[in-house]
Design a protein around this ligand. Sequence first.
Ligand code: 5GP
Ligand code: ZN
Length: 119
Amino acid sequence: MGSDCLFCRIVAGEIPATVVRETDTTLAFRDIDPKAPVHVLVIPKEHYADIATLAQGDPALAADVLATSAAVAEDEGLLGDGFRLMFNTGANGGQEVFHVHAHLLGGAPLGPMLARDLA
Ligand code: 5GP
Ligand code: ZN
């Protein structure tokens, strides 16, 4: 991937981002268009298209993404009142950037899980 992928370019420092946490394997940065008072994206530095590919290809790296998400939740003061951690995946999931990312959302009540009941 690399130059064609927006989030690989953020990892490479080619596109600026407001980084809130970095580990050897992961990066967490603020979403450019926040949907909640706290909206952080947590990614593996290595390119995987989505959470299914990551979890099946490198479960330890998927665990790193979760651990970094929890650390950011703690840093942002979200552990008491709670938060939402979300992986939009594929067309039905509404995924727009095909480098896997966890959305960490919090800082206010987030309402129902989906805007509409689709069942
Ligand atoms: P998706 O729809 O793929 O789950 O989410 C992609 C997210 O990436 C969106 O919430 C969008 O606001 C965010 N995003 C898109 N481009 C950029 C960017 O250049 N920088 C940052 N920080 N976030 C971005
Ligand atoms: Zn990428």
